[in-house]
Design a protein around this ligand. Sequence first.
Ligand SMILES: [Zn+2]
Length: 331
Amino acid sequence: MGNSKIITDSDFKNYITGNSKALMVEAFINWQIDNWELAKHNYIGLEAIKKKEFHFDGFNLQLQFNPGRIVSTSAKIDAKSIGERPCFLCSNNLPKEQKALLCDTNYLLLVNPFPIFEQHFTIPHFNHIPQEIFSSFGDMLLIAKELGEKYTLFYNGPQCGASAPDHLHFQASPKNAIPIEKQTGFLLKNSEVIYNSESVSIYAVKNYLRNLFLIESNNIFAAQEEFNKLYNSLKEITNFHLEPLINVLVTFDKAWRVYIFPRKAHRPKEFFFEGDEKILISPATVDFGGLLITPRQEDFDKITKGTIINIFEQTSIDDTIFENIIKNYSL
Ligand SMILES: [Zn+2]
């Protein structure tokens, strides 16, 4: 890998207003937007995007109409298509205007030129290695802590929304931009505690349209250990030969919160329909976090609460399997 992409704070020192990593990252994106026409165009364009809110019993969900996400939403992720395209996360293939900050020694932090959020980052590993959470979860916790003052970290499984399943990466969004982050009170009230120790608690959340586990921990080793147990339980019960279908979101504020969404499918059947019945939503972590993205106006106009319930029913793990994991875990 050539290192010409990595820049230091001296390159954008006029933008820096503080000395934490999160503040440096914020300065970096402002600098990139000012010095990269595509990013500038797309981040300014984000100000005009349309949003809607849907209210459910005790929580809400947002829908965002974002035409810039058409490539990502409809991305072909079969092995043949992936093998035939140049990897857009390998540093040798980045556009010349795109620069990188070092992140947790083995990762690069890049500005995402097709944003969902007013600050949106992609954090690929240095090397072209497959998207895989089991061995990289510890890195995810460390990066979430490093950026936690201002940002939330998320991971899309290779078959659950990652548009580069062949290159390990996380993404980061501004803290609290994803609705679930502000709904933790509701989650805790609507959950069953399935494990509790001095340093870690695990909750199984119900009544939220989609089933999820929430791990709270102030100890990185304990968090990792419990994540591994859940992962293995999920893998065993779903009998999935590859990585179980999951999306993961991590926040850090004195302690980690890890939101794990087990899935049964990546896309709802409507994604593959033609004509009026088609709905172009390809749910990933952001969508499961309560911010649904559609790149087409017609879908934005026709999606109802019923559509959202239907999409989660088709893509979230079934209640019976969820209950089995809970039972298995408590043994
Ligand atoms: Zn790559």
